[in-house]
Design a protein around this ligand. Structure first.
Ligand code: ZN
Length: 383
């Protein structure tokens, strides 16, 4: 993958509404759309496969070992060094299934555009990886990560953000079996695509954000609650200007801007225990060491076992990100439960989605939105 070098900058001026912006175009840095390896299923015992139209199956090498016309819904399983599709057994540790037209392959009722790889794992389990071109992947992510009805400038900003994140992952995991786990970005194959979203992705085709001419992990989240957070305080990674946090007065309308939730102590203790953290009779849970956006970077849990600290974002994910919305919280001990009162939803780093939508509604263009939430970036078209 590339470190992008600034040479022969032509520059494509885009609409200047609410902020002048230029997408640098250096010609073909990449000669074609990159292919992304996405982990769809990890270590499973079975999956349902169906194929619409002609298909072929190859092993880990390119030799064709089977082909056919359509396949009714059938079970994939793995056993004793082979992979079975329905009653047919293949003595291969990997199968690659290619449909000969878009969206021919359906796995567990979700259609995928790419080539599907079934890779055997230990204990008669297997994993499934899709090899899909990056633009199709972004079309599949967009409608799952942001409401499809939102302003198209916000959706364009989200498309560039997701593309940048995926390209970064492809770069850092280039030698790994897969680049991206589908749990990292909401992705459901073709099921959330629509002509409107595909057009919005197409409008920004090949455009990514770079800082200092390098791609970076363009994190994003639902609602920051007033100020986005520094990547260093949430993930312990080196801080950098695009991910150091900015004031955000745009997400006040999000229902997650201010929230309060009551969680029983026994539930918190049970969930922590499942994550191998043992506490009993909690008296206080405190978010400490806040970063620029006032999200706690660590959590101090005082219990009968004394005081324990852990990473605040890990605590949020363990306890439940769907009700402990962020780590920007105060808490109160109610005897049987703890009441958390907080701001925002998500880790708080990078683009604030509700903020992006409000900016778009005020007339800001997608590039201006990105330059607001990721200071000091450049926009570059790489293919
Ligand atoms: Zn915000």
């Amino acid at each position: 993958m590339f470190a992008i070098l600034p040479a022969m900058s032509a520059g494509i001026p885009l609409s200047c509404q609410r902020g002048t912006t230029v997408v640098h175009d250096y010609g073909a840095i990449l000669d074609k759309i990159p292919v992304l390896r996405v982990l769809l299923m990890n270590d499973v015992k079975e999956a349902q496969l169906s194929i619409n139209g002609s298909y072929q199956i190859t092993g880990s090498l390119t030799n064709i070992i089977d082909q056919g016309q359509g396949l009714q819904k059938t079970k994939i399983s793995a056993s004793n060094g082979g992979i079975s599709i329905g009653n047919k057994r293949y003595d291969n540790s990997e199968l690659r299934i290619t449909g000969l037209r878009d969206g021919a392959i359906e796995l567990n009722n979700i259609r995928y555009r790419g080539e599907i790889r079934i890779v055997q794992q230990f204990n008669n389990k297997f994993s499934v990886i899709e090899e899909v071109d990056l633009e199709s992947f972004i079309s599949g992510v967009l409608g799952s990560e942001m409401p499809q009805t939102w302003n198209e400038e916000a959706l364009r900003a989200q498309a560039v953000t997701a593309r940048t994140y995926a390209m970064y992952k492809k770069k850092v995991r280039r030698n790994e079996v897969y680049h991206l786990d589908m749990l990292e970005l909401a992705y459901r194959g073709m099921s959330s695509e629509s002509p409107r979203l595909n057009k919005i992705v197409q409008d920004t085709k090949g455009i990514v954000m770079v800082y200092d001419w390098n791609i970076f992990p363009a994190y994003f989240h639902s609602t920051c609650g007033g100020h986005t957070e520094d990547v260093g305080s949430v993930f312990g990674k080196d801080s950098m200007p695009p991910l150091s946090g900015v004031a955000c007065n745009y997400c006040n309308n999000s229902k997650y801007s201010r929230w309060s939730t009551d969680v029983s102590k026994s539930e918190i203790e049970r969930r922590l225990r499942d994550a191998n953290i043992y506490v009993s009779n909690i008296s206080t849970v405190k978010a400490i060491d806040p970063g620029a956006g006032k999200h706690g970077s660590r959590v101090e849990i005082v219990s009968a076992d004394g005081s324990k600290e852990m990473n605040a974002n890990d605590f949020r994910l363990v306890v439940g990100p769907n009700y402990l919305y962020s780590t920007a919280f105060d808490s109160r001990n109610n005897g049987q439960s703890i009441t958390f009162t907080g701001r925002g939803w998500g880790h708080g780093v990078g683009l604030c989605q509700y903020g992006a939508q409000a900016m778009a509604e005020k007339g800001f263009q997608w590039a201006a939105i990105l330059k607001y939430y990721y200071p000091k970036i450049e926009l570059v078209r790489v293919y």
